[in-house]
Design a protein around this ligand. Structure first.
Ligand code: 0L1
Ligand code: MG
Length: 265
């Protein structure tokens, strides 16, 4: 059942203010259990429009739930997508301020830099690679607005898939110059290894993940555009961090990306 007009905008304000005020809130489906996935994507669109009104600019996409393990955990068979805006981009040399977050976690990802528009409902990983100028190592910082990072699929879609910030490393390579489907990855915190993984965890191949998003957007007459940045999905589980922590993600061939979090004083 679709939620009624007016309720969508109320939910947008609810999630928008939770993010602005770095405040965790009760999940939307506690109040609106009938929230469908279509409703949730519509709310997500309006949430981004709300941010655009405040000056944010859409610069690309992010994929979530791209590993079989995470899909099983959520009891779903599909990935999800959300949007990236320019104010989410963080820089390796500028420490993050923990007070800007609620309960953040870092995920290792591979970013795609797109050089040609791509739209359709039968798009393949090969099509995605053809329009990709560079791939680069990336970290996504997810920070669900929901209490204890707990939600249903509809909740997390409405919350723009827990997006918060992202960083891109300095080594940008053509996807033609590496085996993107089998890149090893090590993620460490303060010098200690916390996660290892392979890019194969991302729907078998990160380009297949991007193709999934293009096809999903194609169902509603949308696509990806020249200049878009796309985070293709997590290569391992996310790890949480606190003030004074430094996270480093190292990919075989593709290099590394890192950030530190300021001290709390
Ligand atoms: O980017 C992600 O993989 C996160 C998607 C939403 C699920 C979560 O917040 O863990
Ligand atoms: Mg992610």
């Amino acid at each position: 059942m679709a939620i009624t007009k007016g309720v969508d905008l109320e939910i947008v304000e609810y999630l928008y203010s939770a993010e602005k005020e770095c405040r965790e809130v009760v999940k939307v489906t506690d109040r609106y259990p009938e929230l469908s996935f279509d409703d949730a994507y519509l709310i997500q669109e309006k949430l981004i429009e709300r941010r655009e009104k405040e000056g944010a600019r859409k610069i690309g996409l992010k994929l979530g739930l791209t590993s079989k393990a995470k899909q099983q955990m959520m009891g779903v068979h599909e990935a999800i997508y959300g949007y990236l805006t320019d104010d989410m981009l963080a820089l390796e040399w500028e420490p993050l301020d923990f007070t800007d977050f609620i309960h953040p976690k870092a995920e290792p990802e591979i970013a795609f830099l797109i050089e040609e528009d791509l739209e359709g409902t039968n798009v393949t990983a090969e099509d995605v690679l053809r329009v990709t100028k560079f791939v680069a190592p990336a970290i996504e910082i997810i920070d669900s607005r929901y209490l204890n990072f707990k939600f249903t699929l509809a909740d997390v879609i409405a919350d723009n898939c827990s997006s918060s910030k992202f960083l891109i490393g300095s080594k940008w390579m053509s996807p033609k110059d590496l085996d993107l489907g089998q890149l090893g990855m090590v993620m460490s915190k303060n010098g200690e290894v916390f996660q290892t993984g392979s890019s194969a965890a991302v729907l078998g191949h990160p380009a297949a993940s991007v193709a999934w998003a293009v096809n999903k957007l194609g169902e509603v007459g949308k696509g990806i555009k020249k200049g878009d940045v796309i985070l293709s999905g997590a290569v391992s589980e996310a790890i949480s961090f606190e003030p004074n922590d430094t996270i480093l993600v190292q990919f075989a061939e593709l290099g590394s990306v890192t950030f530190s979090c300021k001290s709390s004083t």
